[in-house]
Design a protein around this ligand. Structure first.
Ligand SMILES: Cc1cc2nc3c(=O)[nH]c(=O)nc-3n(C[C@H](O)[C@H](O)[C@H](O)COP(=O)(O)OP(=O)(O)OC[C@H]3O[C@@H](n4cnc5c(N)ncnc54)[C@H](O)[C@@H]3O)c2cc1C
Length: 298
């Protein structure tokens, strides 16, 4: 099948892109890397009147570090973040990126495009939620900032209004005393996850703080504070932290997985996957935080 006819514009200024989008009155779509949108158009699952290509807008191509944050503009490719030394400041992102499809796809696909697309089984929305990233949305009334945890409203549904562009995302750069874990189970490498976790552990005054975001198991990424469970599992001492964590996490995992079964996996199977991944990655993240460096002082 071929895409339905559409007009195509490629402005070089953000203000022009915003004006073009507003002019379509909800009938336009932004195109960034095109890795998700092009198949959607080809299958006629969407029939926008106009495509607004943002790739010539220079200011959207910035990848910069400012103070404690990594700033990723809307046209920055996933592969660039994977390879640029600046990307190493956000270890969780670097752990997750190799799981996003294949390298060729990441060479075109953008970090912000993945967030805007909001596939519930995608890796980068989970990373953004786990790290409590801040997204900048720009529309006719200017910029507004939205926390990643409030950005995802459901499957392929976000806080973006039809006249807004996601212009950048800011992620916190890791400090001493932090450890991360990331893993997923997919049927083949490059497929979307049946279940996955992104995990951050921070040691403060000897006490661990833990955040986990699960994906592929609900209509959006699901974030939970697991500090209590981690503290209890650590206090029990000895080897086998991952196993003790699984006991601590059973109830949370039961509650998080609310997707119905599909042809690939039942709900119960996804719960088992998530429990195994959560125990293992939380334990790894804790050990990385403990063996890493000084505690977080801020
Ligand atoms: C074979 C295949 C396998 C894949 N596997 C995975 C996978 O395992 N994990 C995964 O996460 N993804 C996967 N993807 C999707 C891929 O990661 C895409 O690159 C990503 O989802 C979208 O990024 P993009 O820049 O290509 O966005 P586009 O395709 O250009 O756009 C996607 C959607 O987001 C909107 N959009 C894009 N940028 C903006 C913006 N700045 N502001 C507002 N709206 C915007 C578009 O209008 C469109 O609705 C796969 C894709 C393919 C084709």
């Amino acid at each position: 099948m071929k895409a339905a006819p559409f007009a195509y514009v490629r402005p070089s200024r953000l203000s022009d892109a915003i004006a073009e989008l507003a002019e379509t009155r909800g009938g336009g779509k932004v195109i960034a890397g095109g890795q998700s949108l092009t198949p959607v158009l080809a299958m006629r699952l969407a029939r926008p009147d106009t495509l607004i290509d943002i790739n010539s807008i220079e200011e959207l191509g910035a990848l910069t570090r400012s103070g404690p944050a990594l700033h990723i503009g809307a046209t920055v490719r996933q592969r660039r973040v994977e390879r640029d030394p600046l990307g190493a400041g956000v270890p969780l992102l670097r752990l997750a990126l190799p799981w996003v499809g294949h390298r060729e796809l990441r060479s075109r696909g953008t970090v912000c495009g993945s967030l805007a697309h909001a596939d519930p089984a995608a890796e980068l929305p989970a990373v953004a939620c786990c790290l409590d990233a801040e997204l900048t949305l720009t529309g006719p009334n200017g910029h507004r900032r939205v926390s990643a945890r409030e950005f995802f409203h459901g499957a392929m549904t976000t806080a973006l209004t039809p006249d807004e562009i996601l212009t950048s995302v800011r992620l916190p750069v890791a400090t001493g005393g932090e450890g991360f874990g990331f893993a997923e189970i997919a049927r083949r490498h490059g497929d979307f996850a049946l279940a996955g976790v992104a995990v951050r552990v921070r040691l403060r005054a000897g006490r661990p703080e833990a955040t986990m975001t699960a994906f592929g198991v609900s209509d959006r990424p699901v974030t939970r504070d697991l500090s209590e469970q981690l503290a209890a599992a650590v206090t029990d001492g000895g080897d086998g932290l991952a196993g003790r964590l699984k006991e601590q996490l059973a109830a949370v995992v039961e509650e998080i997985v609310d997707t119905d079964g599909d042809i690939h996996a039942s709900r119960d199977y996804r719960r088992r996957l998530l429990l195994a991944l959560a125990g293992r990655e939380l334990s790894k993240a804790y050990e990385r935080a403990r063996d890493g460096a000084e505690e977080v002082t801020t």
